[in-house]
Write a protein that binds this ligand. Structure first.
Ligand SMILES: *Cc1c(COP(=O)(O)O)cnc(C)c1O
Length: 426
């Protein structure tokens, strides 16, 4: 791939697709006709597997009614724990350290609310490129504890507006810190954090380490238990393709089993005693304790289907290998063919997530022009076109074609037909 003409030719993309052992997986996804779908880090597409799993629980609801809680196959009563156990290999966790429950934002509320302890250290380390909801939830939890978020939050600042230096995170961690809560992958630039180094530094300072894995679960393997991460949250509608508003996941290291969740509810009760209906809460001795109310089975079933795809791919490591090949290829093409754009994503594979941030001052209007051509990407302010070639259903030729479109949009200044951001209803 060193020959410039070679990189730019569609034949070389087709050769890479032909050699790709995962190329058949795409037949299991519904991608709207004619679209190049590069937005699976916002919402993954439907698959036949997800649809069948959803149909299955709808059928059971029809035929079993309330008996489904015990008689469905698999039963609905322990559905959250069972899906947690299926997800555990993706996280490098023990089966009982993972459960699906709630939404990501709610899981941040309950886990930060449970594990933040000013006695351990009042300061909570975050960064200034985080996804906003994480900060909203953390600030709310600090206020609940009578702590002023402006005092307690120690916000690591980006030097370049794209990435966070590990050394700056480490410099922020001292004896005043009780918790570090960071993303695995930054949602805009796609930087992958060094979870192991950060967790060790937090522990050395007597602090806990929590992570938001929204942009890595299903596309990057994790080793949470080996690393000793204290807790983590993620959504399943991005790279896991479980559908809009699908149930989220959470991880709690077994050393914290028995902690009383800040947002307690009966679905987190020990399953053995849940239906004793005692008025005092008896938390499950597992991550299951952090469930709150009744599991939304219809929002959980598609995940049961899509996890088959991950298993058939040979696990997340195989998906990661293809993902890095796709993002390498995309970065090469941007360098070669789009000199007016910059790549905002780290080039080092060890620091790169599953998507690529292509920067241009007109990123907003360019993303609208791409969408009008059926290239589904998204815009992130101020200047990023986010392109996510998700490895389960995007191929090298797709990446090549997306760059062709981008080249044509820039050549014809086609984006000028679109209103500037803020000029009207968007
Ligand atoms: C997508 C995403 C979320 C979404 O949270 P919801 O509660 O599912 O809306 C949260 N955090 C990060 C980092 C995300 O990328």
């Amino acid at each position: 791939m060193n020959d410039e003409e070679d990189i730019a030719s569609i034949e070389s993309a087709r050769e890479m697709d032909a050699a790709d052992p995962l190329s058949d997986l795409r037949d299991r996804f519904f991608v709207p006709d004619g679209e190049l779908y590069m937005d699976g880090n916002s919402l993954g597409p439907l698959s036949t597997d997800a649809e069948a799993a959803l149909d299955h629980v709808v059928d059971e609801w029809r035929t079993l009614g309330i008996h489904g809680w015990t008689d469905a196959d698999p039963d609905w009563f322990t559905y959250g724990e069972r899906l947690g156990a299926r997800l555990a290999p993706l996280l490098g966790a023990n089966p009982d350290e993972v459960v699906v429950a709630n939404s990501t934002t709610v899981n941040i509320h309950t886990l930060v609310g449970t594990f933040y302890d000013p006695e351990r250290g009042e300061k909570l380390v975050v960064d200034d490129l985080d996804f906003p909801t994480d900060h909203y939830a953390i600030r709310a939890q600090l206020r609940q504890r009578g702590v002023d978020p402006d005092e307690a939050l120690r916000v690591v600042e980006s030097r370049d507006g794209r990435t966070i230096e590990t050394e700056d995170v480490l410099a922020a961690i001292d004896d005043d810190v009780g918790m570090v809560f960071l993303p695995s992958v930054l949602y805009r630039s796609g930087q992958l954090f060094d979870i192991e180094t950060i967790t060790e530094a937090a522990h050395d300072a007597g602090a806990l380490a929590g992570f938001d894995l929204a942009h890595s679960v299903g596309v990057i393997p994790h080793e949470l238990s080996a690393v000793g991460v204290d807790f983590a949250v993620w959504c399943t509608y991005k790279y896991l393709n479980a559908g809009p508003g699908a149930i989220a996941g959470l991880y709690v290291n077994e050393r914290h089993f028995g902690a009383t969740p800040s947002l307690a509810g009966w679905w987190g009760n020990d399953k053995e005693t849940q239906f004793d209906m005692a008025l005092t809460y008896d938390p499950a001795h597992s991550a299951g304790a952090f469930q709150i109310g009744t599991i939304p089975i219809l929002a959980a079933a598609p995940l049961d289907g899509t996890l088959d795809i991950v298993e058939d791919a040979g696990g997340v490591a195989a998906l990661r290998e293809k993902s890095l090949a796709l993002t390498d290829y995309l970065i090469e093409l941007v360098d070669e063919r789009l000199p007016e754009c910059e790549v905002g994503t780290p080039r080092d594979p060890a620091a790169r997530g599953g998507h690529v941030a292509v920067e241009h001052p007109e990123a907003y209007r360019i993303s609208l022009a791409l969408k009008a051509r059926g290239v589904v990407v998204d815009f992130r302010p101020p200047n990023v076109v986010r392109i996510a070639p998700a490895p389960a259903y995007v191929g090298f030729e797709d990446v090549h074609r997306a760059v062709d479109h981008l080249r044509e949009v820039l050549d014809g200044t086609e984006y000028e037909q679109f209103d500037r951001r803020g000029a009207g209803v968007t």
